[in-house]
Design a binder for this molecule. Structure first.
Ligand code: WT7
Length: 651
């Protein structure tokens, strides 16, 4: 790391007035973590009081990490949909714009919804769900493209107390089936088809395949492209038809703060994806508070987060955070490179976006195309830039700051996870200087700690494993249906602490720099992928004896997927088998999991007790042939030279 990369860049004075100052941050942070007894609960109840509660919470944090039980605002009663929608209409902000929709096709129709219009749409959807039989606590699977109906469906579920489980529209039928079965979801909302980058995604067809062996009570189909799709009598209903005659009012169900709000599946280092469960009150307070403070949101501004609602970033910073704060949010159906590499900048100029929040992988991909695509677009409306999803390399940070932000506006690099519900480590614009590649400071209520492999706490300047020592309102409560796995995954490595799975460095200014995952999870284009899932997709091919999957550095994606595959005896490695295996992974997980490289190996390096030595395979995939470490425990060390030679040939 060169000195230049550690340099602090201050926020220019031209940034203007801000709600954040360093003194305020420090004072608030101290209160929020309860350094002075009793202040934390008061701080969080104050934050909570920006929301409407049918019954105000009198208690804040009642969580414990040993035994593991997370609980916030437990005696509070509220409805998050009321807070995100109706509250603003009731307060006379019904004509404020809520959602601006930019379609995949730049010549397609822009759709604008005020808060009042959003309310009407949400009520219509909620009543349609009720008519299908959906009630409080029922799990509703949402498999929609990036159209406003996605946000509407989520809010409609929340309104009637149903628990949504949104599945990213890029996941395959097998992945959908697993998620529907895991949470015993009996209702599905999908679209006929989706559009993305000029291509069609066959959403209803994927649902039909997923449901071939699963019974659900109803499938609600949004007419999006208008393509004819088969409808199963009694099960499938067109949304426009089913919603035609429903009532135009629908009360918001009063929910306990700890009632479930949503499940979101995410990959871990072992086994199938975990259904991370978030509840109502704490999540609402966390989404609202982080959105306001981190993006320093000012009334009337347009906020654009380029994530998909299928990921937690979309949940918290397209839907709940901005709408709870009464903000205007842009929803984009497309991708950064369609019709060409200037699409993001065109959209910013077209709608006058003020705050832009995207992922390093997108920045790197656009950076590679040169500055000509950025130049010539009026980006003067921008006031703040954000990054999320993976470590941002200083070069990409500089490019973003200079070419998109004209070196005149702050960049916030926000570290968080599906399990944290919202932003955890970031700088606050106005309060903190920025260090390219460094996420920055803990947000209110967040107490980070670095430990070594043995759990020894590392103080001061240090590099170690990132833990969080006390609960915060947005923390996931459990893994749906498997609290033991929740405890085992996050609280068993270091007793009494939440372990993030990330490595991290803390510098002399107490800035935190995330170095990446330290477990068998890889981050491909900001998407979290369990190597075990890819392995199991490969293993299920009849010609495969065994597979081991690791990440390797990739210029654009951050990490790519590298697979070592051993074939059954007598099977010849061929190009067509490579294609078949890639297809197998796409079919079982989805296109985002497509392997970048498949290397056939006569055998995989194992310990004498038969454990695959992934550490060594990782180094080979990374071309770090001199850093294999201790190979003395290998059962057959002679394998290694051949694996290295083949890796060299693969380029
Ligand atoms: C993992 C969580 C945060 C919502 C989207 C991803 C990595 C995320 C950053 C960042 C460095 C980051 C971590 C984390 N990550 N943001 N700003 N700097 N790393 O959520 O799919 O749950 O993935 O993404 O490794 O553990 P997720």
């Amino acid at each position: 790391m060169s000195a230049a990369q550690e340099e602090t860049i201050s926020v220019p004075a031209s940034y203007g007035q801000t709600s954040n100052t360093l003194a305020q941050y420090e004072q608030q942070y101290t209160r929020s973590i309860g350094s002075v007894a009793g202040t934390a609960d008061r701080f969080w109840i104050e934050q909570a009081s920006r929301l409407d509660w049918e019954q105000r919470p009198t208690r804040g944090d009642e969580s414990s990490f040993d035994p593991v039980e997370i609980r916030w605002f437990a005696d509070g009663v509220l409805n998050i949909c009321h807070n995100a929608v109706d509250r603003h209409v009731a307060a006379g902000r019904g004509d404020d714009r809520a959602i601006v929709f930019e379609p995949d096709d730049p010549d397609g129709a822009v759709r604008r919804l005020t808060y009042r219009e959003l309310q009407a749409e949400v009520v219509r959807c909620a009543n349609t769900l009720k008519a299908m039989g959906v009630g409080r606590g029922d799990r509703v699977t949402i498999y929609l493209p990036m159209i406003v109906e996605g946000a509407i469906a989520m809010l409609a579920c929340a309104r009637i107390g149903a628990v949504h489980s949104v599945i990213f529209a890029g996941f395959s039928a097998d992945a959908i089936a697993g998620r529907i079965a895991d949470c015993a979801s009996e209702y599905v909302i999908c679209a006929d088809e989706g559009r993305r980058g000029g291509r069609i995604v066959p959403l209803k067809a994927n649902i039909d395949t997923a449901l071939a062996k699963l019974a659900v009570k109803a499938v609600l189909v949004v007419r999006n492209t208008g393509a004819p799709v088969p409808m199963q009598e009694g099960r499938d209903h067109w949304y426009d038809e089913a919603s035609r005659d429903v009532a135009d009012t629908c009360p918001c169900e009063p929910m306990g703060a700890e009632d479930p709000l949503f499940i979101l599946y995410t990959s871990g280092s072992t086994g199938k994806p975990k259904g991370v469960l978030h509840t109502t009150g704490g999540y609402a307070v966390w989404a609202e508070t982080t959105f306001r403070a981190v993006f320093d949101y000012r009334p009337g501004e347009l906020f654009w987060c380029t994530a998909d609602i299928g990921w937690v970033t979309g949940h918290s910073y397209i839907v709940y955070g901005p709408l709870l704060a009464g903000a205007s949010v842009l929803m984009f159906e497309g991708v950064p490179n369609f019709p060409d590499h200037s699409r993001f900048w065109q959209v910013i100029a077209r709608h006058g976006v003020n705050i832009f929040y995207t992922a390093p992988t997108a920045i790197r991909a656009l950076m590679r195309e040169g500055t000509s695509y950025v130049e010539g677009h009026d980006l003067s409306s921008l006031r703040l830039l954000g990054s999320v999803g993976e470590p941002i390399n200083p070069e990409a940070w500089q490019w973003y700051h200079e070419h998109v932000g004209a070196s005149r506006i702050p960049v916030v690099d926000t570290w968080w996870q599906t399990e944290t519900g919202g932003i955890m480590i970031t700088t606050l614009p106005g309060a903190h200087g920025m260090k390219p590649g460094s996420a920055g400071k803990p947000f209110f209520g967040v107490v980070p700690q670095l430990v070594d492999n043995d759990g020894k706490v590392l103080d001061g300047v240090a590099e170690g494993l990132l833990c969080i020592t006390q609960s915060w309102p947005g923390q996931a409560r459990t893994i749906y249906g498997d609290h033991d796995r929740f405890v085992l995954t996050y609280f068993a490595h270091f007793k009494g602490k939440y372990f993030t799975g990330d490595g991290c460095r803390r510098d002399a200014d107490d800035y935190y720099r995330i170095t990446g995952r330290v477990d068998d999870v890889i981050n491909v284009s900001g998407h979290r992928m369990g190597t075990a899932e890819v392995e199991s997709a490969l293993d299920s091919h009849h010609d495969v004896a065994e597979a081991a999957v690791v990440g390797f550095p990739h210029d654009i994606k951050g990490q790519g997927i590298y697979c070592f595959v051993t074939l059954n005896a007598g099977i010849e490695p061929t190009e067509s088998l490579v294609a078949e295996l890639k297809q197998q992974v796409r079919a079982q997980i989805g296109p985002i999991a497509t392997p970048d490289h498949i290397q056939f190996a006569p055998a995989l390096p194992k310990t004498r007790s038969g454990k695959i030595m992934r550490r060594i395979l990782r180094k080979i995939a990374e071309h770090e042939f001199d850093a294999l470490g201790d190979t003395s425990t290998l059962a057959d060390a002679s394998l290694i030279d051949g694996l290295i030679a083949d890796r060299r040939n693969a380029g």
